[in-house]
Design a protein. Structure first.
Length: 383
């Protein structure tokens, strides 16, 4: 785009009247041209229209002009305009760039309060003050027994920041308003939750107050470099959706294989044999116990073999871990290891176990448990 012919002028009520007059004249000219084309034959009208353009140097207006993205709010001015832009127009509406819309249906582009809000919002010290406030808030959140007064002060500062943006840019209806920026959604949610915890008695509000830590993310919106990096990361994640689908498909295959091979094997425990249970000194309960009573009794975990206060996972297959003398490996007893989180008993738990193997999150424990229960030759599954 050629910026050499651009002249910056302040957007005033006279500018609005002039633009409306231009639009009215343009509409009348289009209406007359349309009427003339209807009364003259198409071929003659085309010749007449071309001759008019050559003789009067008339240019048909382009009604589908699009705004220049380089001049959008929040963007750095092109270098060709940085030297030409007048310093006295900073923070003021510019003709041919800004639209004549009211903020929150109250503050017109010529309102003195809106001019003041724009001045504050575009000042370099405003971003510095917000950054220092966020850092101070993070420091106070790390301290214990901090008075609630400080929380009120920080909430008031964040509220004034949001109100300044709303007065300067509008709330949500028009483009480039406060809530049209996704980074401001976080500010709005955090401020709303803060006032809910202040004025509404919700009993245990500790869960809501944990959202205060999200205020640290405001630094991303304040620092332009961080915002650019985060936006690039989000776009990269969007581009990786096909890779995510493929990885999920591969994990599903291994999860289904593990579900067929290892369902219930991690619940195998070493229990005393029937003979040792009724005759042994450690488990003597009487000679008259029937086998059915024995089966019911060994489901009590106090009889299961332990090492280091952990129930041993055993197996009957070749290469699996065998139980010591006087014990036998029994299946479907108790819960799975790690409080039931390590298992292949359902598709969901199998997917979680495969994801754990893929990310190598303490995978060696799962590896040893499966080999102890299913046999050493099952290491091919993990390879």
């Amino acid at each position: 785009m050629d910026y050499s012919s651009i002249v910056f002028r302040e957007f005033t009520p006279e500018s609005l009247h002039r633009i409306e007059r231009y639009r009215q004249e343009e509409a009348e000219r289009l209406a007359s041209d349309r009427l003339q084309r209807q009364t003259i034959r198409q071929d003659d009208s085309d010749l007449l229209y071309s001759s008019m353009r050559k003789s009067s140097n008339y240019e048909q207006p382009n009604l589908k002009r699009k705004p220049n993205k380089e001049l959008a709010v929040g963007q750095t001015l092109p270098r060709a305009l940085q030297t030409k832009f007048p310093a006295e127009l900073i923070g003021k509406p510019i003709e041919e760039i800004d639209r004549s819309t009211s903020a929150c249906f109250i503050f017109s582009p010529y309102n003195c309060f809106r001019h003041l809000a724009i001045r504050i919002l575009t000042h370099s010290l405003f971003s510095t003050f917000v950054m220092l406030t966020i850092l101070a808030n993070c420091i106070f959140m790390t301290l214990k027994n901090v008075p609630e007064t400080y929380e009120y002060i920080f909430t008031v500062i964040y509220t004034l920041e949001a109100l300044t943006k709303c007065v300067a840019r509008g709330f949500i209806l028009e483009k480039f308003t406060f809530l049209r920026d996704p980074w401001n959604w976080l500010d709005f949610i955090v401020i709303t939750l803060a006032y809910i915890t202040f004025f509404v008695n919700l009993g245990n509000v500790s869960v809501l107050r944990t959202f205060r830590v999200l205020r640290a993310l405001k630094t991303v919106a304040v620092v332009p470099g961080l915002k650019t990096i985060v936006d690039a990361l989000i776009q990269s994640l969007i581009c990786l959706r096909d890779v995510t689908v493929l990885s999920s498909f591969i994990l599903s295959i291994f999860a289904l294989v593990g579900l067929q091979l290892y369902m219930g094997v991690l619940r195998q425990k070493c229990v005393p044999t029937y003979e040792s249970f009724i005759n042994g000194s450690n488990f003597s309960v009487g000679f008259n116990m029937s086998y059915d009573s024995y089966v019911k009794e060994i489901h009590n975990e106090i009889y299961w073999y332990q090492e280091d206060d952990i129930h041993v996972v055993c197996g009957n297959a070749s290469g699996s871990r065998k139980c010591p003398h006087g014990y036998i490996c029994w299946k479907d007893l108790g819960i799975n290891p790690d409080f039931g989180y390590t298992s292949f008993d359902s598709y969901g738990w199998a997917m979680l176990s495969c994801f754990r193997l893929m990310t190598q999150d303490y995978w060696e424990n799962l590896y040893q448990l499966v080999l102890s229960a299913a046999g050493r030759y099952h290491f091919f599954y993990f390879v």
